[in-house]
Design a protein. Structure first.
Length: 168
């Protein structure tokens, strides 16, 4: 994955549209499905919990399938990019302890993964207006810069590939 420049206002407006559409679709589809099931298979006891639950499950599965189908639509580009960035950062975060230990010992791949994580997190936090923890990110970045300088490592996040995480 490569980091891309994203227009914050465009991203926020498209994310809001996707969220509202998902909520409305899930609510309408689950209600419609559960009401149809209740109409077709009425319960003599009057409890329709299982039909309501099935309606929500089928509605959610349908929504996921529609989102996967629309994932390549041009108007979903920013939302999908951020979604994929969050998944990539989560993969790196799961190996963070090992990456930090390896970077401190001079491992260039660990430093590259950490740099990608820091740059991606910075972009993500700015897009989501979550700059409260930016100081801790800056501290981690300063440590990484010291290690890179100490071991003479040049870090270019354009070289990042998630395959390097397999060694950690």
């Amino acid at each position: 994955m490569k980091l891309q420049a994203i227009d914050k206002q465009l991203y926020r407006s498209r994310l809001n549209i996707v969220m509202v559409a998902c909520i409305a679709t899930l609510a309408i589809s689950s209600l419609a499905i559960s009401q149809a099931l209740i109409y077709l298979f009425p319960s003599p006891s009057g409890s329709n919990f299982h039909w309501n639950l099935l309606g929500v499950i089928v509605g959610a599965i349908g929504l996921v399938l529609v989102l996967l189908k629309l994932k390549t639509h041009p108007k979903m580009r920013e939302v999908v990019y951020v979604w994929e960035l969050k998944q990539t950062l989560n993969l790196i975060y799961r190996k963070n302890r090992k990456l930090l230990a390896a970077a401190e010992k001079g491992n260039a791949d660990a430093m590259l993964a950490l740099q990608f994580s820091y740059e991606g997190s910075r972009q993500l936090w700015q897009l989501d207006d979550n700059t409260i923890t930016m100081s801790s990110l800056n501290t981690a970045q300063a440590n990484l810069n010291q290690w890179a300088q100490k071991y003479g490592v040049t870090i270019d996040i354009n070289d990042y590939d998630s395959a390097i995480l397999k060694q950690f």
